[in-house]
Design a protein around this ligand. Structure first.
Ligand SMILES: [Fe+2]
Ligand SMILES: [Fe+2]
Length: 188
């Protein structure tokens, strides 16, 4: 999360260690943090219509569902290639996929149900609270998933495969990129 020296409107600061050698994944991760930082700035600058916050919340959840589905799918394809062809530890692949499912099917689904419920009830105060609480929950998940976990020294799920790629020789990285492109072309 942003420290006191960072701009007060930046919620999560991008750190060099989050970089992935696969540009598409890097862009997707950066886009996510940009999205969360904009959400944070909307709250801080009171850019949300507090008399009718429902559309704002619905838009946030809709984007997150769409975006996470695309990103998880691509990332899982990359990890499948790494496991099948590059000796990546497949023991960390399946828990990683389960963590993605947890985000989509538990966290986002529960938030979505809560938002729908309170829209039906017309409870504007709780919907305004949910704008802050949803950001907190989603940001916490993404941060723990992408950034290295410094609390118990264990790498985060994304850190694990990114470190594996980082340690590959330039020739193997090039081969990996070709394998990814081939898989994308075949699935089109
Ligand atoms: Fe992931
Ligand atoms: Fe990721």
């Amino acid at each position: 999360m942003a420290d006191s020296t960072e701009n007060s409107l930046t919620f999560i600061v991008w750190m060099p260690e989050y970089n992935c050698d696969i540009a598409i994944i890097n862009c997707q991760h950066k886009d996510t943090l940009l999205y969360l930082n904009r959400w944070f700035a909307d709250i801080k600058l009171r850019r949300v219509n507090m008399d009718d916050p429902s559309q704002y919340l619905l838009d946030k959840i809709k984007y997150l569902k769409h975006f996470s589905c695309q990103h998880f799918s691509f990332e899982e394809d990359v990890m499948a290639i790494l496991s099948a062809q590059y000796d990546f530890n497949s023991g960390s692949f399946y828990p990683h996929v389960a963590e993605h499912r947890m985000f989509s099917e538990s966290l986002l689904a529960v938030l979505s149900e809560q938002i729908d419920h309170f829209i039906k009830c017309g409870n504007v105060d709780i919907l305004n609270d949910l704008i802050v609480e949803s950001l907190r929950d989603v940001a916490k998940w993404w941060y723990n998933h992408i950034a290295k976990d410094t609390k118990n020294g264990r790498p985060s799920f994304d850190c694990e495969y990114m470190a594996f790629i980082r340690a590959m020789s330039p020739d193997r990285k090039l081969q990996l990129l070709n394998d990814i492109l081939t898989k994308i072309e075949l699935s089109d």
